[in-house]
Design a protein around this ligand. Structure first.
Ligand SMILES: Cc1cc2nc3c(=O)[nH]c(=O)nc-3n(C[C@H](O)[C@H](O)[C@H](O)COP(=O)(O)OP(=O)(O)OC[C@H]3O[C@@H](n4cnc5c(N)ncnc54)[C@H](O)[C@@H]3O)c2cc1C
Length: 452
């Protein structure tokens, strides 16, 4: 069945080696792995197009795979078939400093991109906790700690090149800053999780490295006070660049993993970008608001080293939490709400977590209304799984009632499929129709995102 691929790709571009198939059978989630039949490594859009033509003809599943850091089973080839590893398409094709644009292939990682941008005085802000690929980040509409200032992937992508299921190559969008031309197909592919086509080229917006950056850490007696502070800061219109909640359990994980000694109490991490004068003013206003809400300590991390250490601690929070429970896997909840609903939702989550007999911690991109509960579970223990599922279901139900979403940034994959009907109602029929139009044989990452 897969013999035909050998006429498209060279010998070192495809394999049925057991350990390579195993690497492509899972992501970073608790979802059950499944082996692909074959793993292929295309190096150009033309090769991707030929692979998809072949898969269409033979009705073979194709699952794009990049770093494999997704958290809801997105990249697991649950029906076998072809795992399409995009990481050899990793060239930075063009940097246009005057337009604040960069053109990349999908296998470039966010850290590689930032390394290349540095010499132009530019940076790319979106920073999920893993060193993910730009293609994977577009495909999941990823975001991170800087979304409160710069936005998610959706706000960064200008133009895409996509290979459709039948092998046809299309371009969506333009390099213009704005456009009212036609349907917004670029946004259709952002967050489509490999179910509508394969992204082979991406034009991204990039930014000048700010003149100054300063970070701060505020501790509070309760999580509720942390969240009340962050919503008040947003309400006051202060332009924070990062604003992250870390609860005592997550702080404990960080100290354990990084050998740091941060106080293990409810904490908010802040970062501000701008000129020296504006930063001082912003910091003073934030400190006043934090004090009004009952802040216990407010420490400014002035040196570059302290600032980096702080954000490194935040970036590893999930991994750090899990490292305390060897052999366990993570279930990470991901609800996102309108800002005014965030304090109520976090309070409920905190109460439910206290009642839950599972290790868990809360972290949150609270400036975006997005928070995560990290649970350490044994996926083979039915009781653990049921408890975690029930907990997640309560959080999602609460978020939807409050006008929010079941996933702020991780995406749907396998884990959030069951909430799609409740969240989207009859709009789900339109999504199904789009999927059928673009992928009539259901070969692109089948069994994910929506039931066909
Ligand atoms: C410790 C940790 C922290 C994390 N923190 C965050 C966070 O803060 N914010 C956040 O948003 N996410 C976070 N994530 C999740 C993950 O990093 C993101 O979802 C990331 O965008 C996935 O990128 P990837 O390169 O690993 O893609 P993969 O996991 O390989 O793939 C993800 C999905 O994209 C599809 N895909 C990949 N490449 C392409 C392509 N070229 N064309 C079409 N489809 C494609 C795949 O089929 C799959 O459905 C975290 C994960 C971990 C492990």
């Amino acid at each position: 069945m897969y013999q035909g691929l050998t006429s498209i790709l060279s010998e070192d571009q495809l394999t049925i080696n057991a350990s390579v198939r195993e690497q492509h059978s899972h992501d970073e989630s608790y979802h059950t792995p499944h082996l692909p039949d074959v793993v292929v490594f295309p190096q150009s859009k033309e090769e991707v197009a030929k692979i998809l033509q072949y898969a269409s003809t033979h009705k073979l599943p194709v699952v794009p795979f990049a770093v494999g850091s997704s958290l809801e089973g997105h990249a697991i080839p649950i029906r076998g078939g072809i795992s399409l590893d995009m990481m050899r398409m990793n060239r930075i094709l063009e940097i246009r400093p005057d337009d604040f644009l960069v053109h990349v292939e999908p296998g470039v990682t966010r850290e590689e991109l930032n390394e290349a941008l540095k010499k132009y005085g530019l940076f790319f802000p979106v920073d999920p906790g893993a060193n993910a690929s730009i293609g994977g980040m577009v495909a999941t509409n990823a975001s991170g700690t800087t979304t409160v200032k710069y936005g998610a992937m959706k706000e960064q992508v200008r133009k895409l090149e996509v290979v459709l299921a039948n092998g046809e190559i299309i371009d969506t969008g333009s390099l213009a800053i704005k456009s009212s031309s036609g349907y917004h197909l670029t946004e259709l592919f952002i967050g489509s999780e490999g179910t509508l086509g394969v992204i082979t080229g991406i034009w991204l917006r990039v930014y000048g490295i700010p003149e100054s950056m300063v970070a701060a850490r505020a501790t509070f007696p309760t999580i509720e006070q942390c969240v009340a502070t962050t919503t008040a800061i947003m309400g006051a219109g202060i332009p924070v660049a990062r604003m992250e909640l870390v609860d005592p359990a997550a702080m404990r994980g960080v100290n354990f993993y990084k050998k740091t000694s941060y106080p293990e109490v409810p904490t908010v991490f802040f970062e501000f970008h701008g000129s020296k004068e504006s930063l001082e003013q912003d910091m003073e206003r934030v400190k006043e608001i934090a004090n009004d809400e009952g802040c216990s300590t407010f420490d400014v991390e002035k040196s570059e080293e302290e600032r980096r250490r702080l954000w490194d601690a935040r970036h590893v929070a999930a991994t750090a939490f899990l490292s305390q429970y060897p052999g366990k896997k993570q279930i990470v909840t991901d609800v996102c709400l309108p800002l005014s609903e965030l304090p109520g939702a976090v309070k409920k989550a905190h109460e439910w977590l206290e009642e839950l007999d599972l290790p868990g911690g809360i972290v949150g991109h609270v400036g975006d209304g997005n928070f995560h509960t990290i649970l350490a579970i044994d996926p083979d223990n039915q009781e653990d799984m049921q408890k975690a599922e029930d907990f997640n279901e309560k959080l999602v139900g609460d978020a939807l009632k409050r006008g929010g979403t079941c996933t702020g940034e991780h995406g749907v994959g396998l884990g959030k499929m069951k909430y799609q009907a409740e969240e989207h109602g009859s709009a789900l029929l339109i999504m199904r129709a789009i999927k059928t139009l673009l992928d009539p044989y259901d070969i692109m990452n089948p069994g994910k995102l929506i039931d066909q």
